[in-house]
Design a protein around this ligand. Structure first.
Ligand code: GLN
Length: 494
């Protein structure tokens, strides 16, 4: 039998049904993988070995009951509430906090049969692009440990890339699922704003935040998304429809769809290897008779500035609740005011403080109109431009990140350089559009490069079909992870 950690979600279902492996054996195989790789990768803030094994035994007693994620080991970003299990957001200010409830997505994963194997590392409160802003540890890129896994959901991306979980959840406010997916060579999906309930996600910027899955391939990603998506009474911003079918029509790929690409991609600074794979993808699509239009992509000039005003403004307000009274850390002092100040001074890291200051500034009287109100206007413009564009095309294709993974430490001293790397991901957040990163190629240094697709509002089914089309074209896993033989075997019979 093949290595148990190599099975896809449907593949696992098949071997469970055929009684070729128990859930306990599979969970144990993932725990072994964690034992082997985690000491160097440090993707997890907490491994829930005992809980996961106990859950596995429970599932084994009943046997496969047809649930879509039966016996699938998943990892959860540590800004998602897990009942009775510490949830830190990688911040000292939440150290020791145990939520009294599960986030909706956690509840839905559990009821789909998934086994939660651990909580993963992130940039503190999901603010960052490298996982280096965690108060507890730095996560390393499984492809080369001297490099960052990306962020903020770097732990979730690295866990899947290093076979320490079959799938995982992250959150994406300005790119935090897609960028680490790209840097770690896995698939990462952010749905339409409102597609997935944010109940139980610790809020960063509520008008932008969305939860979504990481997986090794598009089909697994679709299956996890189907399990977590859909209306939730506890999040009034959720779209009032059930989760769409995403995995059923994947094979159709780009059939009948038009793709838009940037007419002036050369204008933007990026690594030559990223530029090359973007150009090659366009040629290959055209070669496959997919109609490709060169257009001006909305938000390329304005999205970073807009994003860092809106996100920080909302963060400054959302993070006001950490006052030492209600959650986690409390610093000692004789006066109440000083207790607030000390708790926040000691509990938050530098990047979080920077964002709170910037956010408070753009909301302050006298500056509100110049920054926050202006950013809202630009947001409306970007949304209108996307709407116009999606009247003429079905998908937009562009790189996920302007560079492959960068070295740990390299961008730490330069927040602006770190922020600028969000250029290709932030437009989809601002417009609330679904977007996905698919691993495409390796750079000459052997680091993964992902390409991104964006679809119109509510069009996740089209997005996933296009993603499947790209996956079939790139054959990334077959070439770079499993080897050509294993690749054919894995996909055989599908
Ligand atoms: N890198 C972006 C930031 O630092 C995005 C973070 C995110 O999506 N959570 O804000």
């Amino acid at each position: 039998m093949r290595d148990l950690v190599q099975y896809s979600i449907e593949g696992l279902g098949d071997i469970y049904r055929a009684r070729e492996a128990t859930v306990r054996e599979v969970v144990q195989a993932y725990l072994d993988s964690i034992e082997a790789r985690e000491p160097r990768i440090k993707a997890f803030l907490q491994v829930l070995a005992e809980d996961a094994l106990a859950k596995a035994s429970e599932l084994d007693v009943k046997g496969h009951d047809g649930r879509p994620l039966f016996g699938v080991p998943v990892a959860i970003k540590d800004n998602l509430c897990t009942r009775g299990i510490s949830t830190t957001c990688a911040s000292k200010i939440l150290e020791g906090y145990r939520p009294p409830y599960d986030a909706t997505v956690v509840e839905r994963l559990r009821s789909a049969g998934a086994v939660i194997i651990g909580k993963t590392n992130l940039d503190e409160f999901a603010m960052g692009s490298s996982c280096e802003n965690s108060a507890f540890q730095i996560t390393h890129n499984p492809w080369n440990e001297a490099y960052a896994p990306g962020g903020s959901s770097g732990g979730s991306a690295a866990a899947v890339a290093a076979d320490m979980a079959l799938a995982s959840l992250g959150s994406d406010t300005g790119g935090s699922i897609r960028q680490p997916a790209s840097l770690c060579g896995v698939v990462g999906l952010k749905g339409t704003y409102g597609r997935v309930s944010r109940y139980g996600l610790v809020a960063f910027a509520s008008s932008l935040d969305q939860i979504g899955p990481f997986a090794r391939d598009v089909r697994d990603c679709a299956l996890v998304m189907e399990a977590i998506a859909g209306h939730d009474e506890r999040d009034a911003t959720t779209i009032p429809t059930p989760a769409p079918d995403l995995h059923g029509k994947l094979e159709r790929g780009f059939e009948g769809m038009r793709v838009a690409v940037s007419a002036d991609l050369e204008k933007w600074e990026m690594d030559p290897s990223v530029r090359e794979i973007a150009a090659r993808t366009v040629d290959d699509l055209a070669g496959d008779s997919v109609p490709v239009d060169r257009v001006t992509l909305p938000g390329m000039e304005t999205s970073i500035a807009t994003y860092y005003i809106l996100a920080n403004a909302e963060a400054s307000s959302n993070l006001a609740r950490y006052d030492g009274v209600r959650y986690g850390l409390r610093s000692n002092s004789d006066s109440l005011l000083e207790m607030y100040e000390r708790t926040r001074g000691e509990g938050f890291g530098d990047e979080v403080k920077r964002r709170i200051l910037l956010g408070t500034y753009v909301l302050s009287s006298g500056y509100y109109d110049a920054y926050y109100a202006k950013a809202q206007q630009v947001k409306a413009l970007i949304c209108a431009q996307f709407e116009e564009l999606f009247r003429k095309c079905d998908l937009i294709l562009l790189p996920t990140s302007p560079t492959p993974a960068f070295r740990l430490g390299e961008r730490l001293e330069d927040p602006i350089a770190m922020y600028l790397s969000d250029i290709f991901t932030t437009p989809a957040n601002i417009a609330g559009l679904p977007a996905i990163s698919i691993p495409a190629e390796l750079s000459p240094e052997g680091l993964p490069i992902g390409m991104q697709l964006i679809a119109g509002w509510g069009e996740e089914a089209k997005l996933m079909r296009g993603a499947f089309g790209l996956e079939r074209m790139y054959r990334f896993r077959e070439q770079h992870v499993l080897g050509p033989k294993a690749g054919r075997e894995r996909h055989g019979g599908r």
